[in-house]
Write a protein that binds this ligand. Sequence first.
Ligand SMILES: [Zn+2]
Length: 271
Amino acid sequence: MKKIIVLVITVFLFSECSTVPITGRKRVNFVSDSQVLPASFAQYSSFLEENKLSTNRTMSNQIKDVGKNISAAVDRFMRANNMVSEANSYKWEFNLIEDKTVNAWCMPGGKVVFYTGIMPICDNENGVAAVMGHEVAHAFAKHGQERMSQGQLQQIGGLAVALGTSGKDSESQQIWNTAFGIGSGLGMLKFSRVHEQEADRLGLVFMLMAGYDGTEAAEVWVRMSENSGGGSTPEILSTHPSNASRIQDLRTYLPTAKKYAAQYNANGVVK
Ligand SMILES: [Zn+2]
């Protein structure tokens, strides 16, 4: 009961109905960046300590270069669209780890990991940009915070634990990993169809803003589907369900995304 009262008060105090830039979707977010970001940064550090960075310089540099280009576009967009304090709160970082799992993710605040297992599906620089754009878009649109606000984390064991800034104890790590599709195992939260489509569309806009070829976004998910045909399902599909309508939507949305990218290139603003 006490927990419920605390939760209700928290919702009352921090509830804000905001709008996702570019897509214009209304969202509820009562989890503040000052709560989430320190936890996110701590979890990212622990993850990197516990996993092996790839020794492939060419691939690692590609991840860093593409990440830098896309985050620079997102950063410029935020500064031109009254989001200066948010732009300042992101601490972009891009690492490639040595792991055959087909996965990539971005924690709140811009902490990105690619797994070497996803590189053949990315296939080329534009493919990397497509996955990068999509994952960065989840962080940009604060989908993680929204899922926390919707109570999905309370259901699996406690928001307070996940937001503990120590980030070292296994319980908080587990909850965090579950929430963001990190590691492997049962019970990972799927991003909703709404969040996936939004990340696809925003990701397309961001990769185009950074000068990459947007046609490759659909192709990446075609390769992902083909890859999931035999053997084991790629890890990323346990959090990022893929289907034909998603591939179709990426193709259909491309002209709109190009229009937004052109507006951005003109003056940084997207209307
Ligand atoms: Zn996604």
